[in-house]
Design a protein around this ligand. Structure first.
Ligand SMILES: NC(=O)c1ccc[n+]([C@@H]2O[C@H](COP(=O)([O-])OP(=O)(O)OC[C@H]3O[C@@H](n4cnc5c(N)ncnc54)[C@H](OP(=O)(O)O)[C@@H]3O)[C@@H](O)[C@H]2O)c1
Length: 310
């Protein structure tokens, strides 16, 4: 199996974005890096990075806040020991959520911050923590009700001009919120990272994926297994039964079928795997061998909705 690649070269207002990037069709997320029962020392994290790269999963999804502002540095420790890995991967990170955390004593209220000062400072810290000179993709993590789009666009443009960030995207943004930034930014918004799984269907019907398709924005699906609820939670019972019967039909596994279901959407959302188990990272790649028919797709959708479509 060769891991498909996704090109984020996007044309806006007749010009082609010069710093286009490619991501792998499956990404690996590091949100739970510090919760690995086998530890989070550079050796253990390096094992997971090696497994991903061997499978063609070259895109690693971070955020400044993961692990209480610790996960970027845990990952960066591996890049410090093994700098040759950097050019074999794409680093995605996020900014703008400000947690109440001992690492940020100035935060008294959890808030979002898309001001120029915060964005510049956050990127500097991420570069330092990750031991890298550039971020391949920077996402605004959550829509900030106080975002001043002109100021934010100017700050992002400066980060790109200085060679610190190659491309920009958003996360958890509605189409209107994305458009506001798109209209003020000369660089394209190349991705919107949203929660998407058989237990989180909003993106399919609230206009978000339509907007991605319309503007060539690459969706990335966070918590593609609903944080594990798809396998163990009560909420997932009905969907799980359908996925299990399809796994039998396709001679596959429930996790691979669930990912193939997401990939059946015409925008081909990039599922971001959150498992700490290398065998589960491996088994996920079987999703590319599953070919969903339209009716099979709707069987899962119907189970997820709890009723047939109108
Ligand atoms: N943009 C955002 O706002 C946002 C928000 C949340 C997350 N994210 C990104 O999305 C990534 C993935 O999120 P996620 O970790 O919630 O993804 P997920 O893959 O839906 O959930 C991972 C959890 O499911 C469990 N799991 C996976 N496969 C399983 C199986 N076959 N059976 C039972 N349990 C299983 C894992 O446990 P094991 O480790 O034991 O396998 C882990 O606890 C994060 O790392 C982060 O990069 C982004």
């Amino acid at each position: 199996m060769t891991m498909p690649r996704v090109s984020l070269q996007v044309s806006t207002t007749g010009t082609v974005f010069q710093s286009s990037i490619e991501l792998s069709q499956l990404a690996y997320g590091v949100w739970r890096l510090d919760a690995d029962v086998k530890g989070s020392d550079p050796g253990r994290i390096g094992e997971k990075i090696d497994a991903c790269l061997e499978l063609g999963i070259t895109t690693f999804d971070h955020a400044d806040i993961y692990g209480g502002y610790a996960c970027e540095a845990l990952f960066g420790a591996v890049l410090k020991e093994r700098p040759e890995l950097r050019d074999r991967m794409e680093i995605v990170t996020k900014c703008d959520i400000c947690l109440i955390d001992p690492a940020r004593p100035g935060h008294q209220v959890k808030h979002y911050d898309t001001s120029a000062g915060h964005l510049a400072e956050s990127v500097e810290r991420s570069l330092l923590n990750l031991n890298t000179d550039r971020l391949d993709l920077l996402l605004l993590h959550r829509p900030d009700p106080l975002m001043h789009a002109d100021e934010t666009a100017e700050a992002l443009t400066a980060l790109h001009r200085d060679g610190k960030v190659m491309a920009f995207g958003v996360s958890n943004f509605t189409p209107a919120q994305t458009d506001l930034l798109r209209m003020r930014l000369d660089l394209p918004i190349v991705a919107n990272q949203i929660e998407l799984s058989p237990l989180h269907l909003d993106g399919f019907s609230d206009g978000t994926l339509d907007h991605c398709q319309q503007h060539g924005i690459q969706p990335m699906a966070w918590s593609p297994f609903a944080g594990g609820d798809l396998f163990t939670g009560e909420a997932g019972d009905r969907v799980r039964r359908v996925l299990q019967s399809l796994a039998v039909k396709f001679e596959s596994t429930v996790d691979a079928v669930a990912l193939a279901w997401l990939l059946r959407h015409p925008t081909k959302p990039i599922p971001i795997l959150g498992t700490n188990r290398i065998e589960r990272i491996r088994s996920a790649t079987a999703c590319f061998d599953v070919d969903f028919s339209r009716q099979d797709w709707f069987a899962v959708y119907e189970a997820a909705l709890g009723h047939e479509v109108a």
